[in-house]
Design a protein around this ligand. Sequence first.
Ligand code: CA
Length: 230
Amino acid sequence: MKKGTICIVEDEEDIRDILAVQLKREGYDPVTAATGEEGVTLIREHKPQLVLLDLMLPGMDGLDVCRSVRQDKELRDTPIIMISARGEEADIITGLEMGADDYVTKPFSPRVVISRIKSVLRRGVKSQSETGDLVEYGPVVLDIPRHLAHLSGEALDLTATEYKLLAFLCGRPGWVFTRQQIVDNVKGEDYAVTERSVDVQVVGLRKKLGEAAEYIETVRGVGYRARELN
Ligand code: CA
C-alpha cells in the first residue's frame, strides 16, 4: 500500500538514490529533483506529503525552496525536513524560523531519515497545547487554565516564564525550536525574555525538574526541544 508521495530535493546523486530506494521499500512514492528550481516545479506538480530538502544546492538553494513553498497558499502546510551538512547551523536556524519542520545532518543513515519522516507526519498540524487545556508529557502534567504543573504527581513551583517555556516545549515533543522561536512564543511576565535569557530560563527549569531535566534537550548550535517520547 502506498503511503504517499515524498519529494527529495538533493544534488548529490548517491544520497538521492539511497533515500529513494529506502522510501520505496517503506511504501512511500519518492519523486526526486537535483536542483532547487526542479524541486519547486516537482513540489507544485505532485503536492507531496512531505519534502526532504537539501540546504546546499547549486543555484536556488534549500532556503529559497523552503521560502517559496511556505509562500505558496496551496503548499505552505507541506512538512519539510531539511538535509544539512555539519557546520550549517546558521542555515538550519534560518530554515526552522522559516517554517521547516525538522532537519537531519549528513552523514545520516536512511533509517534515521525514515524515523524523522514518520515522526514529522505523526505530529500533524496541531499540537497538544493548541488543542487542549492539559499537556501530558512523560512525568510532566500541565493544567494550563489553572496554571498548575506536576512532575510525577508532585506540584512544581515554576515562575510564569518557566511555566510557559515548559508548556511550549512539552506541548510539541520532538520539535526543535530556535531561541528566537522560543522568545516569540514565551512572552515573559516576570522576566524580559531575550535569546540569551532563554538559556538562563532553561537552566532554572532543569534544576526544578531534577531527574526529569534530561527531557529538555539542548540541540547544539540550534536551540532546544522536549525529547521525543516513544
Ligand atoms: Ca548539496
